[in-house]
Ligand binder design. Structure first.
Ligand code: 3PG
Length: 207
């Protein structure tokens, strides 16, 4: 049986979603599925994000998680609304331990070797590198993989269609991006474009 982290790594792409209207949640998940990307990280940056998560969690074959999780309470609320995994921008022991207690996967953000060690000490081996491009991109991942060959990274931040292929390297579990799901596209229901963007991005990072 595969784990959620195995499934995310198999999908190879993690769309970062900022959603305002939950009415768009199911059509968005269906568009991503149609584009070959069966997952999304819905960020807690809008008031109705958790409603969107709940709706997306009912879409068969679609794996939904919550991002921008900054507290234990947010982790609990996320799981109560159907999140299968938790993503945070940084390394919070509180969030990591909350996810463990809730029995869901956690992908905390790291930006340094020290943070990798903190997360690794908590038993985690898939970590978000954030903000990836600003930290040095693929070169930063290769450098961290020297001492941390047992860690897989989900680079996030500053990755779009033009530099996605450079992240198709050893040590990358999945590539995170908001390029597939621009907030404005979601708002105007431009889901044909979502399908096309998902396909294009996925082709760039396929190995
Ligand atoms: C985020 O949390 O905003 C992600 O890192 C996505 O970054 P991006 O918008 O640069 O893809």
């Amino acid at each position: 049986m595969t784990t959620v982290l195995d499934d995310l790594a198999a999908i190879r792409v993690l769309p970062v979603v900022v959603i305002d209207d939950p009415a768009h949640a199911v059509p968005l998940a269906e568009a991503l599925l149609a584009g070959g990307v069966a997952c999304a990280e819905v960020t807690l940056r809008t008031p109705r994000a958790l409603e969107a998560v709940k709706l997306m969690s009912s879409v068969p074959g679609f794996l939904v998680g919550v991002g921008t999780v900054l507290s234990t309470q947010q982790a609990e609320d996320s799981v109560a609304n159907g999140a299968r995994f938790i993503v945070s921008p940084g390394t919070s022991i509180f969030v990591i331990r909350a996810a463990a207690a809730l029995g869901v996967a956690c992908v905390p953000g790291v930006a340094s070797a020290t943070e990798v060690m903190v997360a690794r000490d908590e038993g985690l081996s898939t970590l978000k590198l954030f903000p990836a491009a600003q930290l040095g991109g693929p070169a930063m991942i290769s450098a961290l993989r020297g001492p941390f060959a047992d860690i897989s990274f989900v680079p996030s931040g500053g990755i779009g269609i033009d530099n996605a292929a450079s992240y198709a390297i050893d040590g990358v579990a999945s590539v995170s991006t908001s390029w597939i799901t621009p907030r404005a596209d979601i708002e105007r229901g431009a889901f044909a474009e979502t399908i096309e963007r998902a396909r294009r991005f996925r082709n760039e990072v396929a190995r």
